[in-house]
Design a protein around this ligand. Sequence first.
Ligand code: DGJ
Length: 536
Amino acid sequence: MSKIKHAVLISIYLLGVAVVTLQAQTQIPHLQRQGTATQLVVDGQPFLILGGELHNSSSSSLAYMEPIWKSMVDLHFNTVLAGVSWELIEPEEGRFDFGLVDGLIEGARRHNLRLVFLWFGSWKNGMSSYAPLWVKKDYKRFARVRLRGGRTVEVLSTICPANWNADGKAYAALMRHIREVDGADHTVIMMQVENEVGVLGDSRDRSEAANQAFSQPVPRELIDALVRGKDKLQPDLRKKWEGAGSRNSGTWEQVFGAGPGSDEAFMAWNYGTYVENVAKAGKAEYAIPMYANTWLSSPQGKPGDWPSGCPEPHVMDIWRAAAPHLDILSPDIYAPDFAEWCNRYVHAGNPLFVPEMRGDADGARDVFYAIGEHDAIGVSPFAVDSIENPASSPLAASYGILAQLAPLILQHQGKGELTGFLLDKEHPSVKAEVAGYQLEISLDSIFGQNASIGYGLIAASGPDEFVGAGSGFRVAFSAKTPGPRISTVGSVDEGTLLNGKWISGRRLNGDENDQGQYWRFDRRLSISRCVVYRFE
Ligand code: DGJ
C-alpha cells in the first residue's frame, strides 16, 4: 500500500472515531434497555450511579458546600444528589436566579462528580415549604389543601391549575438553563421532580374543588390503563378494583370501593397528573431522565399517616397512567426490610433507583443487593455530608469495590448473569441461577465459626467463570446445562479490577476455599474470581 493511501485510510479511521465520540458526547443522558434491565446512559456509556444525597439545606450555599465536595470524593461517589429549590430560583415571579445551580455544577465538575438535582418545588415531604414567598402569600390564587374538619394546611392543592402552571414554568426555566450550561458536558444526569408528595394528616384533600373532583367519574385514561394492564396490575390495587366489581366506569368510591383506599387512589391520580405537567414542561426544554420519590407506607398505618397519593407500590399503576413523562418511581428505603421494598419497586418494569436509604453499615451492605439483584440504575444513601470519617466509612469501602466492578456489572445487567443477596440468621441461604449454573449462596462457616451476616453480588465473567464481591458468604455450584454431573470450585483468586482489567492477588486454596468445596468470602469485604469445573 502506498504511503499516501495508508495516510488517507488512517485519516478516515480517525475521523470515524471522532464522529462516534462526538455522537456519544452530544447524546444527552437517557435510559436504554439491555435485556431485562434499564440502564442510564451518560456520554454514550452505561453509567452506574454510586451516589449520595445531601442534607436538604447543604446545597443552598456554595461556601457551605466547598469542604463537602472533597468528602464526597473520599466516599468514592460518582454522583451527588442535591436539592435546588423553587424559592431560591424564582424569588419573584418571573425573575430567575441560577447562580446557585451554576455554582453547584461548577463544584461537581471540579471534583469529577455528576449531579442529580432534586426539584424542591410545590412539595417536599408532603409540605409546601419550598414554594416561594410570593406563592405562599397569595393563597387565593394558589389554593391549599383542606383536611377533614375544614382546617387548611400549608400544602399546595393538586386541584388548582394555577399551582402546577407556576411550578411547571419555574421547572421548565430550570431545565432550559441546565440545557444551556450543561447540554454538552452532562454533569447533571437526572432530575427528581418534587420530593415525597402527598397529603399528610388525612387520606385526601377535602377542599371544595377536591370534593367536587372526587364526586366525578374516574378519568377514562385511568380506567383504560386498568383494563389494558389488568393481568399485570399490582396485586393490592387489583384486589381493590376487582373487590369493587372491576367496573369500567364510576366515581372513585364506586371503582375502588369506599374508604381511605379510594381517597388514596384519587390523590395518586391527582399528584401523578400534577407531577406529569411539571415533568412534561421540563422535558420540553431538556429531556433527561426524571423520577419521583416515595415516603414509604407502613402496614400498621393508613393513607395520611404516610403522604396519601405518594407513588406507593399499591398505587404505582395509577402513577404510571398519570405520569408518562416520569421514567422511574423510586422508594426512599429507611425501613429494615430493604430487599422487600426493592422487590416491590421493580413492578411492571419500573427501573430501580434508590435515591434515599441508610448510609451506615446496613446501607453499605444493601447497595450490593439493589445493584446485584435488581440491576439498579443506582443507589444513594441520604445525609451523606454528615458521615463521619468518610474515607474509612463502610459506605466508602462498598463504593470502592462497586466502582471497580461497575464496568463488569453494567456489561452483565439484564442477561441473567448477575445476582445480589443479603443473608442473615433468618435468611441463611439463597439459590440463584446465573449463566447456566445454580449457585447456592449461604452464610460462610469455617472451623465451626458461622458468619451472622453475609452480602454481596456475583457476575458471570466468562464461561464457567464468576467474579464476586462481598463478605460472610460461600457458594456451591451445580450446573443446569447438559454435561458431567458434579460441579465444583476449580480455582479462586483474590484480586482487584483496574479500569475493568483483572489484577490477581492471593490464590485462595486450602482453608480459604474449604479444600475446593466452596468459593468463600470471609468477614472482610473483598473481590475474588472463581473458575468452576465439572466431573462425574
Ligand atoms: C425524606 C426526605 O425525602 C428527605 O428530604 C429528608 O427530609 C429525609 N426524609 C429525612 O429523614
